[in-house]
Write a protein that binds this ligand. Structure first.
Ligand SMILES: CC(C)(COP(=O)(O)OP(=O)(O)OC[C@H]1O[C@@H](n2cnc3c(N)ncnc32)[C@H](O)[C@@H]1OP(=O)(O)O)[C@@H](O)C(=O)NCCC(=O)NCCS
Length: 264
């Protein structure tokens, strides 16, 4: 229990630039108080003490302004920042390392009792202030929900959804982070987004990634034409764009016709 509390405090200090000490976090962060009380409420809920669970949850709401249904499932190091007005529904599931700002609703759109009515947030999702995520769908790992967005459809891992109804403005361009230590962007913003050097480097990375994809497509096309895969793997990336050189690695059947079909 104390291990959990320690990692919750560490997570808050890591993710909130305003947190100056562990003591400040323990005494002044309603998000932490709400999560600790939710653990009590959730234990009661799982022990079939449903009324007591609801009652503890309502005490937590009275003290913190954060309403978490005792049936909701929260992962580790979940951080509810500020927290006032947050509502988390009964069948919501929140993965490890998610961050939720004030005024967020993880709500339902169906009245079917027993059904999965509320969203699932996978690991590392950031939900901006005032956002509403409504329905029993999944928001993929490391996705970002803009402040005041109204999300009614699944969000892919690593994507950014903004607006009402929310649209995906930035699809995932890279593999989501594997560990929490790989860096957290406070408030979900992309650091150095306007820095020209950063933009140039991102441009180069995008270019390299596009080229890699094209090379993969060329290799796949060559394989369809009967090229020897081992020979192709030995060819370096630059050589792959030279169609004639590539065709010499083909299984003794390099012809003008194949070159022409590749060029098409
Ligand atoms: C959505 C968010 C995560 C995107 O941050 P980012 O990755 O840095 O992306 P950008 O700021 O470059 O924005 C990308 C696009 O989305 C738009 N956008 C960003 N946030 C938006 C929002 N909340 N609502 C509507 N559009 C938004 C931008 O205008 C931009 O559009 P453009 O490409 O047409 O110019 C961030 O803006 C956000 O809302 N974070 C939550 C912050 C928060 O709740 N803070 C509370 C602290 S108490």
């Amino acid at each position: 229990m104390f291990d959990r509390l320690r990692e919750d405090i560490a997570a808050i200090r890591e993710r909130d630039p305003a947190a100056r000490s562990a003591w400040e976090v323990v005494t002044c962060y309603p998000g932490l108080h709400a999560i600790v009380l939710h653990r009590v409420a959730n234990a009661c809920w799982r022990g079939q003490w449903r009324w007591l669970a609801r009652f503890v949850s309502q005490i937590a709401r009275f003290l913190t302004g954060i309403e978490i249904h005792p049936g909701a499932t929260l992962g580790r190091r979940v951080f509810i920042d500020h927290g006032m007005g947050v509502v988390i529904g009964e069948t919501a599931e929140i993965g490890d390392d998610c961050t939720i700002y004030q005024g967020v609703t993880l709500g339902g759109t169906s009245l079917t009792r027993g059904a999965k009515r509320h969203p699932t947030l996978e690991r590392g999702v950031i939900v901006g202030a005032g956002a509403k995520v409504l329905g029993g769908f999944t928001v993929g790992a490391e996705a970002k929900i803009g402040s005041n967005a109204v999300v009614v459809k699944p969000v892919p891992a690593g994507g950014t959804a903004v607006g009402n109804p929310a649209r995906i403005v930035m699809p995932a361009v890279s593999k989501p982070k594997e560990t929490k230590s790989e860096g957290f962007c406070a408030y979900g913003i992309t650091p150095n987004a306007d820095d020209p050097v950063s933009l140039a480097i991102h441009g180069l990375i995008d270019h390299a990634s596009t080229q890699t994809q094209r090379i993969d497509d060329i290799v796949a096309a060559l394989e369809r034409l009967g090229a020897r895969v081992e020979a192709l793997n030995a060819v370096d990336g630059a050589a792959l764009v030279d169609l004639k050189r590539l065709c010499t690695s083909m299984d003794g059947k390099a012809t003008e016709e194949r070159v022409a079909s590749l060029e098409r």
